[in-house]
Ligand binder design. Structure first.
Ligand code: NAD
Length: 337
């Protein structure tokens, strides 16, 4: 007789193991893959939902044999009906090159995606986490940026699909919380780096490392004096877990990032030195709306979550450089962490 197979996350009963069933949207991406790994390690059932826009099966290949891990190819701009206890909503391309490639889809992922995931959380009474961003602060007039700062974002520029999309998603999270009592957690993530970033990712750390390892000129946009803060992926994931586990009143928004502040030029020089590269540096025009400075004020995360980053830039770069060396030499099946 014909029967439709039922995935374990469509069953109404609790997980077979009595553990939480946790959904991670964007689970095959850079941050999502580390999060899935961590949640599995803690004994949960994990449903990884991804449309593979910037994600890759390679990032989770080593998890596929785990019976508690399941992947669903799905675009969150469409509704999803599963039974779930917690949702981490990470789906959205994070690199400007990728999110500007199809800006309308980026807005849809942020806005329709948030509505669909919040609707799911409301129906299943699941707690839901939103991966928001420091980009909600735009080109900030306040430095470092505390959560109270309302930001300086162009609603019509080429970055707006991401920045304003994420701002609208935050609005939706807080409205679902106030109007329907959905339990929310909103993290504002600052630049994070580590293994499993794509070689063509377009973000500054991966760009510099790949160019240095290939002995190609390192491209700096602007004069290189703009500042950024770089958080190592393990520290960030630890912040996610702490925020999700925090008492009900702790909704966020809460900054998660490394407050160490570096000029982009300093980063380039550090990467050249650490890779022993022969690369020189070339300067190109600064893209429109590129922020001139970025540094999180993490007092709230420290007070409310007892969280602060542990991995310094040099240590994190060492691990990330080792990954890209392996990747550029043809490495697959990504266990790197
Ligand atoms: P990433 O591009 O590596 O991962 C994003 C994942 O989302 C990919 O697997 C992609 O295929 C998936 N995706 C995109 N659109 C989708 C859709 N419509 N439906 C289903 N899946 C979709 O990026 P990342 O660095 O892992 O970022 C994860 C999240 O964290 C993003 O929401 C991003 O905005 C946020 N964030 C990241 C950083 C950072 O420095 N990495 C900083 C701030 C915010």
């Amino acid at each position: 007789m014909f029967s439709i197979p039922v995935g374990k996350h469509q069953q109404r009963s609790k997980s077979m193991h009595g553990q939480k069933r946790i959904m991670v949207t964007g689970g095959t991406g850079f941050l999502g893959s580390f999060l899935c790994e961590r949640l599995l390690r803690e004994g949960n059932d994990v449903l990884c939902v991804d449309n593979f826009y910037t994600g890759s099966r390679d990032n989770v290949l080593h998890l596929l044999d785990d019976p508690r891990f399941e992947i669903l190819r799905h675009d969150i701009t469409f509704p999803l009906y599963v039974e779930i206890d917690e949702i981490y909503n990470l789906a959205c391309p994070a690199s400007p090159v990728h999110y500007q490639h199809d800006p309308v889809q980026t807005v849809k992922t942020n806005v329709h995606g948030a509505i669909n995931m919040l609707g799911l959380a409301k129906r299943t009474k699941a707690k839901i986490f939103q991966a928001s961003t420091s980009e909600v602060y735009g080109d900030p007039a306040v430095h470092p940026q505390p959560e109270e700062y309302r930001g300086s974002v162009s609603p019509i520029g080429p970055r707006a699909c991401y920045d304003e999309g994420k701002r609208c998603a935050e609005t939706l999270f807080f409205d679902y919380h106030r109007q329907y009592g959905v339990e929310i957690r909103v993290a504002r993530i600052f630049n994070t780096y580590g293994p499993r970033m794509q070689t063509n990712d377009g973000r500054v750390v991966s760009n510099f490392i790949v160019q240095a390892l290939r002995n190609e000129p390192i491209t700096i946009f602007g004069d290189g004096r703009q500042t950024r803060s770089f958080c190592y992926v393990d520290d960030l994931i630890d912040g996610f877990i702490r925020l999700m586990a925090a008492p009900a009143g702790v909704t966020g928004p809460i900054n998660l990032g490394n407050p160490g502040e570096f000029q982009v030029r300093e980063l380039a020089e550090m990467v050249i030195e650490m890779t022993g590269s022969k690369s020189g540096i070339v300067f190109k025009a600064l893209p429109i709306d590129d922020p001139t400075q970025r540094k999180p004020d993490i007092s709230r995360a420290t007070q409310q979550l007892g969280w602060q980053p542990k991995v310094n830039l040099r240590e994190g770069l060492e691990r990330t450089i080792a990954y890209f060396e392996w990747k550029l030499s043809g490495g697959v099946n990504n266990r790197f962490s």
